[in-house]
Structures are given as structure tokens and as C-alpha cells.
Design a protein around this ligand. Structure first.
Ligand code: FAD
Ligand code: NAP
Length: 543
């Protein structure tokens, strides 16, 4: 086997997995258990994917730790102790390293090895995978566990290369970076920007938050994990893991932690003003997400937005800052819900300034800071919290060629096309884990990844049993699935005309506006995927 930096050709192996995040690690373990020789290429210097790269101050998961963890090994589940309700990046990184050691995964993982190209050889029915370091490996199957949020997006801002201070991106934060006592400019107020704002404010001489779109964000109420809750989860782990696949977002809620996206029971349109104010008194920001009708009814949603803005008024002292922070013109539920610790409170600090870019945008970066239409801001550090080329970005950065030399980039140029988010017609034996067209980023991704890896593993074993060499979707089945995915998203807040989210590709200039994940929830998806498998993989063609 070629090692990173080598340039050997190797004998054909069964599976190449790209990515050693949570999906890639489990894929390696599971495929090995099924008897398939497997290797993993990982661009990063360590395992854990998202939790290796996103080391910015405040990085944290917003699914409870007990639920955002593997369910495939009871032993692992019993021995690992979580410390907080919502795990911080360091703890998740430690967990994935523990998994790599515990299941002896490292011997088949090549770190610091970026895959640059993959070409399907129609005569041999194999994939030839090439890496930046010059390795060339052939495999029967190629599994992209490259992650839906792993291709960083940094806007092209004129003058950036002239800046004399330091520049960071939240998803490429380096350990040991000390920004204390500095004048920091933070660009972006999505989940990453919101999480890091209070942390940067605590150490900065001055923090300037450059906001283009105000954010709906809810308090996480994180804290130490109650040992009794942890013990109860472990005791009932078999039942809990079963339940995860039977609930919409793959989160049972049985840990008692407040979960972002669970709707309430009462209709806000049937409430009185007194009902709504009482809800506000009792639940604070959460009052805006306690209703049954806000996900589909724009009028109901706007009432919930009013409650949200009222909470900002009650939290932030300066009325002008309140106005700048108040989201308007797009509904709650259009973008990925954001979860924070003391985000709005941070704008009451003397060393924090909110720069509302709607009142004058960024013109350029200068040697000493950021020039906006509102004036110049002197800075020592610029932090980009500007997100990712989501769902298709990581796969799209690899030159993938299927039948007849066709490029996957071209096949997806008007939006990704898959069957079940797993495979694309014309690209035999190529799989995407939690790819576009599957629930993916809309649900607890550990549960979604385990389900995908197991589904792929079962298919590979079935092909071995039946003496089959290649698999790919039929065009008809793929077209029908794409249509189904589109229809499912219609009429939801996710696709509201006023909505511009990364789910829709709206954060990437020139990316087609297509809603990429499948919104019908995990149980419905699993039912459909299982039915396909039970029906001898109906919709897939074999040779
Ligand atoms: P990743 O963890 O992204 O791993 C993919 C790996 O593939 C990366 O290490 C990358 O380096 C590697 N890779 C990509 N391209 C190549 C290439 N060409 N060659 C070699 N290697 C390559 N999800 C939730 O469910 N709940 C959360 O609370 C949550 N919080 C998040 C917080 C942040 C900051 C981010 C960015 C994402 C969060 N997510 C969350 C989504 C998160 O990405 C998934 O939960 C999960 O980590 C995805 O695992 P993965 O293995 O599929 O992908
Ligand atoms: P994001 O949600 O895409 O946010 C990017 C931010 O950068 C937005 O505020 C965006 O403004 C701004 N921006 C982009 N280009 C800009 C420009 N040219 N000028 C000024 N502002 C610009 O990215 P993210 O915060 O990294 O989060 C991505 C996803 O990762 C999340 O949605 C979530 O799924 C996951 N995540 C989760 C957590 C967690 O709490 N569990 C934490 C971090 C990330 P506009 O809104 O105007 O485009």
C-alpha cells in the first residue's frame, strides 16, 4: 500500500473511503467487519473531520452528547463518559480519536492525504483514485465520506493579501492561536460566528462583528451532564438507539436537553396576545419555537418572529443595536437553527461593536483593517466565519470521472442528482455518505451516517453474494427521487422565496438554487431506503 507522499501503484482493494470524519471512521470499521479490504484517505492531520478542523473558540455541537455519538458498539457506549450536555469540539475530537484506537482503525487511514481525482475504468470496473501526494490506488468501490460541511467558503474580498495582521477562518483555526488583547474583526454571524462571538469578546481588546444578515439563535442552556441522565441513557441504550431511527431528526429528546427543531403543540394563530406574552415570560427566546404551525404557515411564522424580536429588545440595552440585531424579511426555519451561549448579551459589552453591513457593506480589506462604506475599522486580526460550500463542495473539489469520462461536476451543474442521496447515475460503485437527496444535515448526522454506511455495506455484501460487479441508479429511478425530494421541500420555510440559505446553495455565487437535503425526516427516508433494499435494490442497475 502506498503511504502519504508516495507514488506507488497498488493492487486493487475493495473499498477506498475518502474522509476520516465520523462517517469515514465507521465506514472503515463496518466494511472491514464485512470482510472488505478498506483504506481511508484523509486530507487533515488527524481524525474526526468536522471536529478536527473546527477548533475555533466556542466550537460545540448542538445535539446532546449522548445522542451525537455512535450507536454501533454497546461496549463503546458504556465505556465513554461525556462531561457536558452539548459536547465541545475538544471532547468530540478526543472521542473520535478514542474510536480510531479502540477499533484499531489507524493502520488503514492515510492522514495528510488529499484525494484530487477519481476515474472509473469501464473495462476493469474499478476506480483509480489519485492523491495530491501522487499516490494512485485502484479500488472496486469508492465511498465519499467527505462531509457536507467540510469545504470552507472564504469570500473573495479585494485587498485581503495586503492585510498586515493575522487572518483566520473558523473551520481552519490553528491550535495555540492567541488573539487576546487584540482588535478582532469577525465576519459572519451564522452558527460559527454566533458561537465564537462571546468567546472572542471575552479576550479581545475590541471585537467588531461584521453582520450581513441578523440571525435567529436560541440559548443552548448547556451545562455539566447529570451523571444520572448519563447512566439512564446507557442503561436504555438499545431502546434509545432504536428510537433515534424512529424520530424525525434522529434525536430522541430523552436526555432532557432542549432540542432546537422540535415543534410545539399549540398553534400560534389560535393564540391571544396574552398567551404569547405568557409564553415569552416562561420560555424567553424559546417562546418563538414552541408552536405547531410556524414551520408551514408564513403568517404564524411572522408572529413567532415578533416574539423573537421582542426577546432581543428585552436582552440588549442599546435600541439601535437591538434594531440591527433583529432579523426581518426571512422566516424562522429557513436557515439552519443556530444555538448560542450569551450571544445577544455579548452586545452589551463595552468592547463589542456590531457593524451592520446593510448600512454600508465591506469595500475592501486594507493593510490595517476593513474599509466599509461606513468607514474604516482598524484591526489586528480578521476572522472569517463565512461557512461552507455545503453538501456538494467537497465532492465537487475532486475531479471525479464516471462512464465515458463524464465529470460529476457537470452531471451536477444544475444541482445534485442522486438516488437516495447515495449514488449518481453514470458513476458506478461510487457512493456518497449523507449526500444531497438524503436527510443529511437536517438530522442528527451520526444516526444518518451509521444508517448510510450500513445500507451501503449491506448492498456490497449482497453484490458479493450474487456475483455482481457494478451498481448504479437507473436514470428513471434517479429522476423520480430528485422529483420526490423537490416536492417534499415545497411549501416549507426551507424553500420560502425570501429564504437564502446554504441548504439552497445561496451562499455560493453561481451555485444553482436547489434545495439539497431530503426534508421528510429520518424514519420516512429509512422506510424508503429499506424498501428499495428489500426489493432487490429496485431502481439500481447491476452488472
Ligand atoms: P466530516 O466530519 O466533515 O469529515 C469529512 C472529512 O473528509 C474531513 O476530515 C475532510 O478533511 C475529509 N475530506 C474532504 N475532502 C477530502 C479529499 N478530497 N481528500 C481527503 N479527505 C477529504 N451536525 C449535527 O448533527 N449536529 C451538530 O451539532 C453539528 N454541529 C456542527 C458544527 C460545525 C462547526 C460544523 C462545521 C458542522 C456541524 N455539524 C453538526 C455537521 C457535521 O459536519 C456532521 O455532524 C458530521 O461531523 C459529518 O461527519 P462526516 O464524517 O460526514 O464529515
Ligand atoms: P453559515 O451559516 O453559512 O454562516 C456564514 C455567515 O457568513 C453568514 O452570516 C453570512 O451572511 C456571512 N457571510 C458570508 N459571506 C459574507 C460576505 N461576503 N460578507 C459578509 N458576511 C458574509 O456558516 P457557519 O456559521 O460556519 O455554519 C455552517 C453550518 O455548520 C451551520 O449552519 C451548521 O449546520 C454547522 N455548524 C453548527 C454549529 C453548532 O452549533 N452545532 C456550529 C457551527 C457550524 P449571510 O447570512 O448574509 O449569507
Amino acid at each position: 500500500m502506498a503511504t502519504a507522499g508516495g507514488s506507488e501503484r497498488t493492487a486493487t482493494i475493495d473499498v477506498v473511503v475518502v474522509g476520516a470524519g465520523m462517517a469515514g471512521l465507521y465506514a472503515l470499521h463496518h466494511f472491514r467487519e464485512l470482510g472488505f479490504s478498506t483504506i481511508v484517505f484523509e486530507a487533515g492531520g488527524g481524525v474526526g473531520g468536522t471536529w478536527y478542523w473546527n477548533r475555533y473558540p466556542g466550537a460545540r455541537c448542538d445535539v446532546p452528547s449522548l445522542e451525537y455519538s455512535y450507536g454501533f458498539s454497546k461496549e463503546l457506549e458504556q465505556e465513554w463518559e461525556w462531561t457536558e450536555v452539548f459536547p465541545p469540539q475538544e471532547e468530540l475530537e478526543r472521542y473520535f480519536n478514542h474510536v480510531a484506537d479502540r477499533f484499531d482503525l489507524r493502520r488503514d487511514i492515510r492522514l495528510n492525504t488529499r484525494v484530487t481525482a477519481a476515474t472509473f475504468d469501464e473495462d476493469a470496473s474499478t476506480w483509480t483514485v489519485e492523491t495530491e501526494a501522487g499516490d494512485v490506488v485502484t479500488s472496486r468501490f469508492l465511498v465519499m465520506a467527505t462531509g457536507p460541511l467540510s469545504a470552507p467558503m472564504r469570500p473573495d474580498m479585494p485587498g485581503l493579501d495586503t492585510f498586515k495582521g493575522r487572518v483566520f477562518q473558523t473551520s481552519q483555526w490553528e491550535d495555540g492561536t492567541d488573539v487576546s488583547g487584540m482588535r478582532i474583526g469577525l465576519i459572519g454571524t451564522g452558527s460559527s460566528g454566533v458561537q465564537t462571538t462571546p468567546e472572542l469578546a471575552a479576550v479581545a481588546e475590541q471585537l467588531f462583528v461584521f453582520q450581513r444578515t441578523p440571525t435567529y439563535t436560541w440559548p443552548s442552556r448547556n451545562g455539566p451532564l447529570d451523571p444520572e441522565v448519563q447512566a439512564a441513557w446507557k442503561r436504555d441504550c438499545v431502546e434509545n438507539r432504536r428510537m433515534q431511527r424512529e424520530v424525525f431528526a434522529g434525536v430522541t429528546g430523552s436526555t432532557g436537553a432542549i432540542i432546537v427543531a422540535l415543534p410545539g403543540e399549540k398553534a400560534i394563530l389560535e393564540s391571544t396576545e396574552d398567551d404569547r406574552l405568557a409564553m415569552l415570560e416562561e420560555h424567553g427566546f424559546d417562546a418563538s419555537r414552541k408552536w405547531s404551525d410556524t414551520a408551514t404557515n408564513p403568517e404564524a411564522n411572522e408572529l413567532a418572529c415578533d416574539l423573537f424580536r421582542e426577546m432581543i429588545r428585552r436582552t440588549v440595552h442599546d435600541p439601535d443595536v437591538v434594531e440591527k440585531l433583529s432579523p426581518r424579511g426571512y422566516p424562522i426555519g429557513c436557515k439552519r437553527p443556530v444555538v448560542d451561549t450569551n450571544y445577544f448579551e455579548t452586545f452589551n459589552r463595552d468592547n463589542v461593536t456590531l457593524v451592520d453591513l446593510r448600512r454600508g457593506g465591506i469595500e475592501r480589506i486594507t493593510e490595517t483593517g476593513i474599509q466599509t462604506e461606513q468607514g474604516h475599522f482598524d484591526l489586528d486580526v480578521i476572522v472569517f466565519a463565512t461557512g461552507f460550500d455545503a453538501l456538494t463542495g467537497a465532492v465537487g473539489r475532486i475531479d471525479i470521472r464516471g462512464r465515458d469520462g463524464a465529470a460529476l461536476r457537470d452531471a451536477w451543474s444544475s444541482g445534485p442528482r442522486t438516488l437516495l442521496g447515495l449514488q449518481c447515475a453514470g458513476f458506478p460503485n461510487l457512493f456518497t455518505v449523507t449526500g444531497p437527496g438524503s436527510p443529511s444535515v437536517l438530522v442528527n448526522m451520526v444516526v444518518a451516517s451509521e444508517q448510510h454506511v450500513e445500507w451501503i455495506g449491506a448492498l456490497l455484501a449482497w453484490m458479493r453474494e450474487h456475483g455482481l460487479t457494478t451498481v448504479e441508479p437507473t436514470l428513471d429511478a434517479q429522476d423520480a427521487w430528485v422529483e420526490h425530494v423537490n416536492q417534499a421541500a415545497e411549501g416549507t420555510m426551507w424553500t420560502a422565496p425570501s429564504c437564502n440559505s446554504w441548504y439552497l446553495g445561496a451562499n455560493i455565487p453561481g451555485k444553482p438554487r436547489v434545495f439539497m437535503p431530503y426534508v421528510a425526516g429520518l424514519p420516512e427516508y429509512i422506510k424508503e431506503a429499506d424498501a428499495v433494499a428489500a426489493n432487490d435494490y429496485e431502481g439500481f442497475a447491476f452488472s
